[in-house]
Design a protein around this ligand. Structure first.
Ligand SMILES: [Zn+2]
Length: 219
C-alpha cells in the first residue's frame, strides 16, 4: 500500500489480487469465459475512510467508479469527481456508471485488457464488492441471457477476491461472514424468479450456491 498526494486529498492505492477463478456455471452461460485473464486491480480509497458497514442489498452502488488512467475513445465517460469524493479528483475521467454492460462488450470485442484502462475508486464495502463483481464481467464475456447464473459466477468470484484481500482492504472477519450471507440471499432471490419452471436447474443452482456459503476468509 502506498499513499498518493493529489491536490488536497490523500488516498491509498492498493493492488488487489484478482487471480481468475474457474467457471462453475453451466456451459453456454459465458461465451468467452476468461478471454482476458484477470490478475490484479488497482483500488483507491481516501486514506482512513473505508466503511465496511454498508449492506449489500442489490441497490446501485454509491461512491464507486472506474477511473480511466489511459485515454479511451470508445466508452462513455463522466468526470470521476461526480461519483468519488475525497480523492482530490479534478478533470479525471471515469467510465460512466450506466456503461458497465457496454464496457463488458466493448473491451471483449476490441480485446482491450481492462487493467490497461481502468482502476477502481470505492470507499465502502458495497461499492468495492460491486466493483469487483463488475471486474469479473470485464474479463468474462457472456450474452447475459442466463442472468442468475452469470451473476452467481461474478458474485462468487468477487467474494473469493475479497476473502483473499480481506486484511489488505481492512474487512473484519465478522463483517465478511455477514457479507457472504447477504450475497447468498441476493443469489437465491435471482434464482427463485429465473428458475421457477425449471426444477432440475433449481437444484443445480442450490448446490452451486453452497460454494458461496462455504467461502471463508483466508487471512
Ligand atoms: Zn453483474
Amino acid at each position: 500500500m502506498h499513499s498518493t498526494n493529489v491536490a488536497s486529498a490523500v488516498f491509498d492505492a492498493v493492488r488487489l489480487e484478482t487471480k481468475a477463478v474457474p467457471c462453475f456455471v453451466p456451459a453456454g452461460v459465458f461465451d468467452a469465459f476468461g478471454w482476458c485473464e484477470s490478475d490484479w486491480l488497482q483500488w483507491q480509497c481516501p486514506t482512513g475512510t473505508f466503511r465496511e458497514d454498508t449492506p449489500i442489498d442489490g441497490s446501485d452502488p454509491a461512491r464507486m467508479v472506474f477511473v480511466f488512467h489511459a485515454p479511451c475513445e470508445f466508452l462513455p465517460r463522466e468526470l470521476a469527481k461526480l461519483h468519488a469524493f475525497g480523492y482530490g479528483f479534478d478533470d479525471e475521467w471515469a467510465l460512466a456508471p450506466y456503461a458497465i454492460d457496454e464496457a463488458t462488450d466493448e473491451l471483449f470485442e476490441r480485446a482491450v485488457s481492462p487493467r490497461s484502462l481502468l482502476r477502481l475508486a470505492a470507499d465502502n464495502l458495497n461499492a468495492l464488492f460491486w466493483g469487483l463483481h463488475d471486474w469479473v464481467h470485464f474479463h468474462n464475456h457472456g450474452p447475459f441471457e442466463e442472468v442468475a447464473w452469470t451473476e452467481l459466477q461474478c458474485d462468487f468470484t468477487a467474494l473469493h477476491w475479497l476473502a483473499r484481500n480481506r486484511s489488505r482492504v481492512g474487512i473484519s472477519e465478522r463483517r465478511f461472514g455477514a457479507l457472504v450471507q447477504e450475497v447468498d440471499e441476493l443469489a437465491a432471490e435471482r434464482f427463485a424468479s429465473a428458475l421457477r419452471d425449471r426444477p432440475l436447474q433449481r437444484e443445480a443452482a442450490r448446490q452451486q450456491r453452497q460454494l458461496i456459503r462455504n467461502i471463508e476468509s483466508v487471512n
